[in-house]
Design a protein around this ligand. Sequence first.
Ligand SMILES: Nc1ncnc2c1ncn2[C@@H]1O[C@H](COP(=O)(O)OP(=O)(O)OP(=O)(O)O)[C@@H](O)[C@H]1O
Ligand SMILES: O=P(O)(O)OC[C@H]1O[C@H](OP(=O)(O)OP(=O)(O)O)[C@H](O)[C@@H]1O
Ligand SMILES: O=C(O)c1cccnc1
Ligand SMILES: [Mg+2]
Length: 495
Amino acid sequence: MKITKDLYQSNLVLLTDFYQLTMAYAYWKSGKGEQEAVFNLFFRKHPFQGGFTLAAGLDYVVDFCKNFKFEKGDLEYLAGMKNKDKSPVFEQAFLEYLKNLAFTCDIDAVEEGTVVFPNAPLIRVRGPLIQCQLLETPLLNIINFQTLIATKAARINIAAQGEPVLEFGLRRAQGIDGALAASRAAYIGGCTSTSNVMAGKLFGIPVAGTHAHSWIISFETELEAFVAYADAFPDQCVFLVDTYDTLNGVKNAIKVGEILRSKGKEMVGIRIDSGDLAYFSTKARQLLDEAGFPDAKIIASNDLDEHIIASLKSQEADINVWGVGTKLVTAYDQPALGAVYKLSAIRMADGTWDPKVKVSQQLLKINIPGVHNVKRYFTKGKAIADMIYLEDQDIDPKSVVIIDPIDATRRKRLMPVYYQEEVLLKPIFKKGEKVYDLPTLDAVRNRAAEQLESLDKTHKRLVNPHLYPVGLEENLHHLRMELVLKAKKFDNGMD
Ligand SMILES: Nc1ncnc2c1ncn2[C@@H]1O[C@H](COP(=O)(O)OP(=O)(O)OP(=O)(O)O)[C@@H](O)[C@H]1O
Ligand SMILES: O=P(O)(O)OC[C@H]1O[C@H](OP(=O)(O)OP(=O)(O)O)[C@H](O)[C@@H]1O
Ligand SMILES: O=C(O)c1cccnc1
Ligand SMILES: [Mg+2]
């Protein structure tokens, strides 16, 4: 998908925080700009108090990197930026440098639709410091949001237990790209369609919908409105029944359903958008069944989320299709994922890597150093643990121990000889050249479904999920501890 071309008619190289450009300038001036570095994008805690996160957004990242170029207009804008004393912020030679800057990084990333866990990288960027730094903000912007919404959608779809979830969020989404990116991510997370026609056009997502109360109240009576709708859409009739009196609305839908049937057509169903959805759906089901419409679907909407859907399921509501808008596309209960992008290694003059940690009072906030990757172990198709390991470390496959990054007393011994394994970070760009074929959106959606299937149901519980084990390989754990102790100079760790 070419977001830059289709949506913005330009590249997005200035879609970054100003401080990335000022740092880039200072790196350049200090001669460090080309020093090779490694940064990792990861999050520290699952959103929505859940037990899994579904990665999304890589397609946009690839598009962003392919179009990473400072063009004339971008440089003119930067040239016009002035300090308080009216001197230019960026000297001309630096703007020349930006003009000639070509994207040359290596990017390794988990594929879209992969289930991911805290602390393990979703994206690893390796390349000249300046380029790595300039990628921080756009990569976080893209991945944070789409991953958040794909995860929310997956939770909603889990609650719906395989029944279709129609995404209705456009009117409440966070602006234009918030809406489009949310529709895309919601589809990856398992939604069956979007109401957003432009998302349909841009991404090939199936577009679907019913009609609004305005249609009904524009007529003298509800029955007239249903008849006129059936006339326009004899093959796709879903009647919104709750404008005046829901059960009377169902009776009117049945009347029009019978008219349609006399013409050899079949109504698709009804939609209920207010009131007690358990009560009205059960009553509506009885009326439809008694009238000979057992196949008519009952669609419910109205501020739904995974918790209300799960509650309606437990109340045995007779709902077959779920329309979900606001709470999905705005990630209502947690508006940001909180993924970060941290430097983990820098290449020294002698060619060796210098692993880096940013020390914090909380172990949770201390990043994982070095050039690392993630391996997932499976037994009988089920994911059992993820190991974060140093890429150049020899690991004895017969005895793998992973250590919890927050609590080193929590360890798990793995016997990989009995397992299948998958390295999660896949090469996407090598020296700036794309080496990865982007899958279609449908393939990403299928991967998400398979990945969720590979996860034990205890991790997919909506509340108080069982923690999936993610640990550091022993050597990486020791390296991290060593660096932390060194940085804290041993004695002030308890200030
Ligand atoms: N049986 C139910 N169990 C749990 N939650 C429900 C049930 N029925 C509906 N809900 C949810 O309760 C909330 C009801 O919203 P609200 O108080 O706005 O009432 P309403 O029926 O939508 O009123 P209005 O007619 O003004 O739209 C919605 O989020 C809806 O999804
Ligand atoms: O409730 P959501 O999950 O956001 O789903 C979309 C909602 O948008 C429409 O009504 P709208 O909210 O615009 O008006 P209403 O609440 O007055 O029906 C529709 O009838 C749904 O209720
Ligand atoms: O098609 C629908 O029923 C629909 C679309 C947008 C928002 N609410 C409902
Ligand atoms: Mg509403």
